[in-house]
Design a protein around this ligand. Structure first.
Ligand code: NAP
Length: 310
């Protein structure tokens, strides 16, 4: 039986792994399909303390993993949790078909990309529609072509700036006329001559499903209701994230958007189950806050196990 299983390997999961490993709890980390989590797809991280020149997102997560492993954390790379039974004691976690029992569980499943919910978006995914500029921006089909980024947050600004290296022009389509992004990101984005904002607009259709590739977008201006078309070779969707909490629905308390609601610190409504990171945070959603939550969850978990042992 495991003492602690951690689901997720982003900043929250790996920090929880580091702390529980240093507490000699020999944690088992189920990494999910993207070891290191969403931050591995970011280019430069400029706001993680301790790196005055910034650090590549992938490198930061690799270092976190190495640090946790150094103290005995065991990672099941690319493994997925298919089911959890939190009514039983010990808990049962089904990992790639194998049932693992554990005294405690730390949920650090993060969040995935929100979609535009357009049929054409689904049909043209990987044919010009993507959710990650760092992963796909350098592909030949996007080189020297006009590109569209959707969204007005830090992610959209970061993606737009990154894509100026490859595209001939980057259009930033946002549904309002002010960016949600942090001031520094917004200013940098709007000052970039290769980025052209398209305000108050939403994409109603991605073209062209018939040609099986992206050739443009159909836009609607929300203020004037005017429709227009914009030619582009790629659509980079950066409209936020949804929590990866489906596994726990009906058992772990969450809000109407699926974010887990911790009670005191990292405690959930099921004793012995703790939560950390973006799956429980719709306010801050930073690498450093996720790491802090991972630390809290590990300490709460350690105290819970110590109390059980008494
Ligand atoms: P976000 O801050 O939630 O922004 C999502 C954006 O998408 C908003 O501008 C929103 O518009 C728009 N949007 C949402 N649903 C939409 C829809 N259906 N159609 C069109 N537009 C839609 O998400 P994020 O940019 O991914 O950032 C998430 C968190 O990570 C934030 O806390 C951010 O600060 C952080 N982050 C930080 C960095 C960095 O510091 N380097 C980089 C990336 C992300 P409205 O503005 O109208 O709501």
């Amino acid at each position: 039986m495991e003492q602690v299983v951690i689901i997720g390997s982003g900043c929250a999961g790996l920090t929880a792994a580091l702390y529980t490993a240093r507490a000699n709890l020999n944690p088992l980390v189920v990494t999910g399909a993207m070891p290191g989590g969403l931050l591995t797809t970011t280019s430069i991280v400029e706001n993680f303390p301790g790196f005055p020149d910034g650090i590549d997102g992938y490198e930061l997560m690799t270092r976190m993993q190495q640090q946790a492993e150094r103290f005995g954390a065991r990672l099941r790379l690319m493994s997925m949790v298919e089911k959890v039974d939190l009514q039983k004691r010990p808990f049962e976690v089904t990992i790639d078909g194998e049932i693992v029992t554990t005294q405690t569980l730390i949920i650090a499943t993060g969040a995935g990309h929100r979609h535009l919910d357009l049929e054409s978006e689904v049909l043209l995914e990987k044919k010009g529609v993507t959710y990650c500029a760092t992963c796909d921006g350098a592909l030949p089909l996007f080189r020297n072509q006009p590109l569209v980024v959707v969204g007005g947050g830090d992610s959209a600004c970061e993606e737009a700036q990154y894509l100026t290296r490859f595209g001939s022009q980057v259009y930033l389509v946002h549904r309002r006329d002010t960016l949600r992004a942090s001031k520094i990101m917004a200013e940098r984005t709007l000052a970039n001559p290769k980025i052209k904002p398209v305000w108050d607009s939403v994409i109603t259709e991605i073209l062209d499903v018939k040609q099986n590739k992206v050739t443009g977008v159909r836009l609607k201006n929300l203020k004037t209701s005017q429709e227009s078309e914009l030619a582009c070779a790629g659509v980079f969707v950066a409209v936020g994230h949804v929590p990866n909490t489906q596994l726990f629905k009906g058992v772990i308390e969450m809000d109407e958007n699926g974010f887990i609601q911790p009670q005191h610190g990292s405690l959930t409504n099921v004793p012995g189950v703790f939560v950390a990171g973006d799956c429980a945070d719709h306010v801050y959603r930073q690498a450093i806050t996720a790491a802090g939550m991972g630390c809290s969850a590990a300490i709460d978990c350690e105290r819970h196990l110590a109390a059980l042992a008494q």
